[in-house]
Design a binder for this molecule. Structure first.
Ligand SMILES: [Fe+2]
Ligand SMILES: [Fe+2]
Length: 153
């Protein structure tokens, strides 16, 4: 059973965005496995780095789409992304500098850090993106075949 099991609750109803969110969930699950299997600190920092890299690219994609579609809440959504990146950077820096090791508390933080934003933030723009012609997600399917998944896999 993965640490975060994808469910329809996480789907925003857009194929490409769901595919990107799947990758972020997979990264978090990989981080969980690395911590659980007591992998070396450098391996854990590396998985954490991948999660950070994916997140930055994903946020940039969302923000570009919001600008193209002239989404009315672009500014607060971008501000929320910046807050999330700052929180992530603070946690990652502590792990990187060895001040704290990656542990259950960090994983729990990252789980709500990721899923709360998908459920309470991203779902708000989805109907507008759909109305502008973005491809809808097929319900119940795991979407992980987009270009985004090929960056690191
Ligand atoms: Fe997102
Ligand atoms: Fe977002």
């Amino acid at each position: 059973m993965p640490y975060v099991d994808w469910s329809d609750e996480f789907s925003v109803g857009l194929e490409e965005i769901d595919a990107q969110h799947h990758i972020l969930v997979d990264c978090l699950n990989r981080l969980h496995d690395a911590v659980h299997e007591r992998k070396s600190e450098s391996e854990i920092v590396s998985v954490l780095g991948t999660l950070g890299d994916y997140t930055r690219i994903h946020f940039a994609v969302e923000e570009a789409l919001m600008r193209v579609f002239e989404y009315k809440d672009y500014v607060p959504h971008k501000a929320e992304h910046e807050k999330l990146l700052a929180q992530f950077a603070e946690k990652a820096e502590k792990c990187h500098s060895g001040k704290v090791s990656a542990n259950l508390e960090l994983l729990q933080f990252l789980r709500s850090w990721l899923t709360d934003h998908i459920i309470h933030g991203d779902k708000k723009y989805a109907p507008m993106f759909l109305s502008r012609g973005m491809k809808a997600a097929a319900t119940g399917e795991r979407q992980r075949k987009g270009w985004f998944s090929r960056l690191w896999h």
